[in-house]
Design a protein around this ligand. Structure first.
Ligand code: SF4
Ligand code: SF4
Length: 264
């Protein structure tokens, strides 16, 4: 989420950290957390929701999201757009609760826990540090209810562990920088980053309807897989991101095309 920092507890927590929480449909704050919030979406969030709604990734992005550009990294992110009404409700909330509950985004699954990732560099290399924090929104009464969790048991209970598995690589890509690369992305790279992260249907057309496959040495089995398997396509997108952000040589350009740009 693009968090309201006044509700964030500034203490780093681990998977063993304990908290009490219970959310249910008889609680007087029911649905209050599904208004006036800013939820940054991950590639897997979008894949799940657009499939549930039976629409293309492009239609989903246009109808339900806006783009937020992170000031420091200049990376673009898709953010779930709240309704333009007095209450600023999430488009998926109903009086009975979340209408896409089984496919709700990772951030909604984690709530009231927030998740962070840091890359720590040293002379020996870099390590990723994953951390958590509690969100103490005074409007959320779930903390007054009795059930005790650890962050680990909560994320498993909410199936957020699957979402982490799907997008951890993408989250790491967002943090990594190539020191020799210019610090800000130009609009063309931002568009490629956005497409490969979020607009999987467009990315697929880009792969199969441009010269992309002619220019690159890509294993035929992988090519066949990304034709039909959206998760494989999403993960291939991560490879492409590493390549265009010059983080790793994840793609090999055929000898005869060495002077071409594959993002053109
Ligand atoms: S997606 Fe569902 S859980 Fe998340 S804010 Fe919207 S209604 Fe609430
Ligand atoms: S307890 Fe918190 S998470 Fe549950 S409905 Fe109320 S505000 Fe939302």
């Amino acid at each position: 989420m693009l968090l309201d920092m006044s509700t964030v507890e500034h203490v780093k927590r681990t998977l063993d950290s304990k908290f009490k929480f219970r959310c249910h449909d008889d609680i007087s704050c029911f649905n209050r957390c599904c208004s006036r919030t800013s939820i940054i979406l991950t590639p897997y969030d979008i894949l799940r929701i657009k499939d549930r709604l039976g629409i293309s990734s492009g239609d989903f992005l246009e109808k339900y999201t806006y783009t937020y550009i992170d000031e420091e990294s200049s990376h673009p992110y898709a953010v779930l757009k709240m309704m333009d009404d007095n209450e600023g409700k999430c488009p998926f909330v109903t009086p009975e609760g979340c209408s896409i509950y089984e496919d709700r985004p990772s951030n909604c699954r984690y709530y009231p826990v927030g998740q962070g990732l840091m890359i720590i560099g040293s002379e020996e290399g870099t390590v990723n540090e994953e951390f958590y924090f509690f969100i103490r929104d005074p409007n959320c009464l779930g903390y007054q209810e009795g059930r005790e969790w650890t962050i680990e048991s909560w994320r498993i209970n909410q199936r957020a562990d699957l979402y982490d598995e799907m997008t951890r690589e993408w989250m790491e890509i967002q943090l990594r920088r190539n020191p020799s690369e210019q610090s800000r992305l130009d609009s063309k790279k931002q568009a490629m980053l956005y497409m490969a992260s979020y607009d999987l249907d467009k990315f697929k057309r880009f792969i199969f309807e441009s010269k992309f496959l002619d220019l690159l040495e890509i294993d035929k089995v992988e090519v066949e897989k990304i034709k039909t398997d959206e998760i494989a396509l999403m993960k291939f997108g991560f490879k492409y991101l590493k390549y265009i952000l010059m983080l790793e040589e994840t793609l090999i350009v055929k000898e005869e095309y060495k002077n071409h740009h594959i993002n053109s």
